[in-house]
Design a protein around this ligand. Structure first.
Ligand code: ZN
Length: 133
C-alpha cells in the first residue's frame, strides 16, 4: 500500500464552537469549514496545518461513536488518518495480513473522501483511519 501523508488528526471535543477558538485565535490556524457526517453522527471542523489538517469532532447524538469515546476517555486525540493512493487495495492488503478492520469496505467521510477505520487492537491502541481523496 502507498501512504502519501498524514491526512489529518481527529480530535474528539465536547463543543466544536468553543474548541475552535484555541485553534484559530491562539494558534492562528485557518478554519476551513465544518460538515456534519450523518453516518458517523459527528460534526467535523477542519483546520489546515501545512500539508495536513486537524479535524475536531463533536458528536451529534448521545449514542454516536464520538459520544461513547468522550464518555470513556474524555476529550483528546481520537484517530490518526493516513491518506492512501487506493483505499480498496489498502484494505485488501491489510486483511490479507490479518489486520483487524472496523470497515471492510470504504464509506463516505467528510469532504467527500472515501474512508475506513482499522481496529485499535491491531495498531497499538491507535484508531487509524485510511482515506482516499
Ligand atoms: Zn477523520
Amino acid at each position: 500500500m502507498k501512504i502519501l501523508k498524514i491526512d489529518h488528526i481527529g480530535i474528539a471535543v465536547r463543543h466544536l464552537d468553543e474548541s475552535k477558538k484555541f485553534w484559530t485565535d491562539v494558534l492562528g490556524l485557518e478554519f476551513s469549514g465544518s460538515e456534519t457526517v450523518e453516518d458517523q453522527k459527528v460534526t467535523t471542523g477542519f483546520f489546515s496545518v501545512g500539508e495536513s489538517e486537524v479535524e475536531l469532532l463533536e458528536s451529534t447524538a448521545s449514542d454516536g461513536p464520538v459520544a461513547r469515546y468522550l464518555k470513556k476517555k474524555g476529550e483528546g486525540i481520537h484517530h490518526v488518518a493516513f491518506r492512501v493512493e487506493n483505499i480498496q487495495a489498502a484494505l485488501e492488503e491489510l486483511k490479507a495480513k490479518g489486520i483487524k478492520l472496523i470497515d471492510e469496505k470504504p464509506r463516505k467521510g467528510a469532504g467527500g473522501a472515501k474512508i475506513a477505520f482499522v481496529h485499535p487492537e491491531s495498531t497499538n491502541g491507535i484508531l487509524v483511519e485510511l482515506c482516499e481523496r
